[in-house]
Design a protein. Structure first.
Length: 397
């Protein structure tokens, strides 16, 4: 098994000269991306195809013009990388996996630059980028795996003004864990973030609600500032961004710890295939659903399961996990969200709504593995339904 590619992200504190150099690089990266996107869009209207090689040749020509001569002042590696990123965006667009690429905004787009091995030097734990004489002052919150060398380095700055460096490495320490015979069904919710088929309930930290008053005050102060690039508005925007960053950091930390524990303790994990982007259209629950970050939880669970040799099964979203009795299989006609406990009319068993749903998800997920369905059940299968919606065929008399 080949080593897992893993990114290690750290804070760093640049000098004034390094910050100025990186800010210029961010601006040039954005400029080249937008110029290449405009050129490819114009060619698209003429029914012509422009690939990465053509935009790379355009970059060479742009550097020779007087108005774009400033592109020579920064490293050429991030500029070439942004052209590769644009090529990837068009590849996803033509494959109908994404929308048409959009232009990068100076105020809203992510400020980042990617360096390949020819654009940085990593020796004795010191990282020095091209066009710089001093290594970055990195806060090593955790060590890199022994003996590894980064293949790419991405430098970024978030809205709160914090600087980050992400190093992509082959991590030999990640590999399949010893196989277990345990399986767990996981039902996500808002009262409790997770309910497991074992009966365990994980509290919902509600990180955004805890800082809602501070965030609302900071956003009111920002709204009063005159629009533009004034210093006061910049300070107010940074203050609100720091609160958002604090919320996101705590949420991400909690989900990382939770998903790592679940993957280490269970061989098979069964979740529900929810369409969160449709659920957040409910304006009553959108804020709470976004704060719970169900999509982030699933994403972490899937890639960690792939790392450690575990299996994640997503049960069809139309499977009636809450309305089905896990003891006798009786299906209730209605089950409003306000009902948290209910008694089955068929067998008289009293169920906790969430624990019952988790048990049903576990049973359905194990049935999916028997039927041979995939991790993400497709809505259009050869039989017309996913494995969890198949009905027993009628026997002819």
């Amino acid at each position: 098994m080949s080593p897992v590619k893993r990114a290690f992200k750290y804070r760093f504190h640049p000098t004034d000269a390094q910050a100025a150099e990186l800010s210029r690089t961010f601006g040039c990266v954005r400029k080249v991306y937008n110029l290449a996107l405009a050129a490819r869009t114009e060619a698209w209207t003429r029914q012509e195809r422009v690939n990465y090689n053509a935009t790379s040749a355009m970059l060479t020509a742009w550097k020779k013009t007087e108005e774009l001569a400033f592109l020579n002042d920064v490293s050429s590696v991030p500029l070439q990388q942004t052209l590769r990123h644009l090529q990837t965006a068009f590849t996803h667009f033509f494959a109908k996996r994404a929308k048409y690429p959009r232009f990068k905004s100076r105020k809203k787009s992510r400020r980042s630059a990617e360096y390949t091995t020819s654009g940085f030097r990593f020796r004795d734990g010191a990282l020095t980028l091209a066009k710089m004489t001093e290594p970055l002052d990195i806060v090593w919150s955790r060590p890199l795996p022994e003996g590894v060398q980064p293949s790419t380095v991405t430098v970024s700055q978030d809205a709160a003004g914090r600087w980050f460096v992400s190093m992509l490495c082959d991590d030999p320490t990640v590999g399949p864990l010893p196989a277990l015979d345990t399986a767990v069904g996981i039902d996500v919710g808002l009262d409790h973030l997770l309910t497991l088929s074992t009966g365990e309930k994980v509290a919902n930290p509600r990180h955004e609600r805890r800082d809602r008053v501070r965030l609302a005050k900071a956003q009111r102060e920002l709204s009063r500032k005159a629009r533009g690039d004034g210093a006061n508005r910049r300070k107010a925007r940074c203050k609100a961004a720091r609160i958002h960053a604090r919320i996101a950091d705590r949420r991400r930390d909690h989900l990382h710890k939770l998903t790592t524990r679940l993957v280490r303790e269970n061989q098979t994990l069964v979740i529900e295939d929810l369409t969160v982007r449709n659920m957040v259209k409910n304006h009553t629950l959108a804020r709470a659903i976004s704060d719970a970050s169900w999509s982030g939880f699933r994403s972490m669970l899937e890639y960690k399961a792939a790392w450690y040799g575990r299996e994640v099964i997503a049960v069809d979203r139309f499977f009636p996990s809450s309305r089905l009795c896990s003891a006798c299989g009786t299906l209730q006609e209605k089950m409003p969200l306000s009902v948290r406990t209910w008694t089955c009319e068929g067998c008289g068993t009293t169920h906790d709504r969430d624990v019952n749903a988790a048990n049903n998800l576990l049973a359905a997920g194990l049935a999916v593995t028997v039927c041979g369905a995939g991790v993400r059940p497709q809505r259009r299968t050869p039989g017309g339904q996913s494995a969890t919606k198949q009905k027993t065929p009628r026997r002819e008399p």
